[in-house]
Design a binder for this molecule. Structure first.
Ligand code: DX5
Ligand code: ZN
Length: 224
């Protein structure tokens, strides 16, 4: 049985009480997923290095931090995040002509590197990067907003990545982000996803810990 990581997205947390929302899901989540948006790559603005620094310096929060940069020219922004003690730093493949160089800079800093693909981006684009990656993020909505509807056609990308990894002995994790919840988490895991990001399904629930626990139970059923 492979380990599936649950990474709630703080984009859907209460902006006036992020710490309180994290407290609610303690013990039920594996990572914290933080979305960074620049208003150019995506038509929205969200979070930045100061939130990440605050989370990392809070001694009550020891969870791995998974930062998803939805910004144009990520090469101009990674230095803001690399010294903060983040665990994964993911850039969008569409956001720079120099994805290989940026990924290498992330890795050279001792941070795990990821590449994200928009729903309209062919998965084969990542093929030359696979040996250098710690994670591939398959976007299952168009990036920019929480609470959108899952796009099922992207599942095939996870399947392709899962097979490539097995055949060529790669080590990257497969993450899926957008529109995931109780109704489709099992399908995502069956297609090979290792990391499940969920915003609205967790923080939009009246009991976020219960939502995560139910999601975990559903995942366990896949492996029974
Ligand atoms: C969307 C973000 C996601 C978002 C997912 O651009 O990358 O991380 O928070 O939210 P849900 O799970 O609500 O679709
Ligand atoms: Zn995200």
């Amino acid at each position: 049985m492979r380990k599936v990581i649950l990474a709630p997205s703080l984009l859907s947390a209460n902006p006036l009480d992020i710490a309180g929302d994290i407290e609610k899901i303690k013990g039920q989540c594996d990572w914290l997923h933080i979305d960074v948006m620049d208003g150019h790559f995506v038509p929205n603005l969200a979070y930045g290095p100061n939130l990440v620094a605050a989370l990392r310096s809070d001694e009550n929060i020891s969870l791995p931090i998974d930062v998803h940069l939805m910004v144009e020219s990520p090469e101009c922004f990674i230095d803001l995040f690399l010294p903060l003690g983040v665990d994964y730093l993911t850039i969008q493949i569409e956001a720079t002509p120099h994805s290989h160089r940026v990924l290498q800079r992330i890795r050279d800093s001792g941070v795990k590197c990821g590449i994200a693909l928009n729903p309209g981006t062919p998965v084969e684009w990542v093929a030359p990067l696979l040996p250098f990656l710690d994670m591939v993020l398959v976007m299952s909505v168009n990036p920019g907003f929480g609470g959108q509807k899952f796009i099922p056609q992207v599942l095939e990308k996870a399947g392709w990545l899962y097979r490539e990894r097995a055949v060529k002995n790669f080590n990257f994790l497969i993450e899926m982000d957008g529109g995931l919840g109780l109704e489709n988490v099992q399908t995502a895991v069956r297609y090979g996803c290792d990391v499940i990001v969920a915003g609205n399904a967790v923080f939009g629930h009246s009991d976020p810990a219960f939502a995560l626990k139910t999601m975990r139970d559903k995942i366990m059923e896949v492996f029974q």
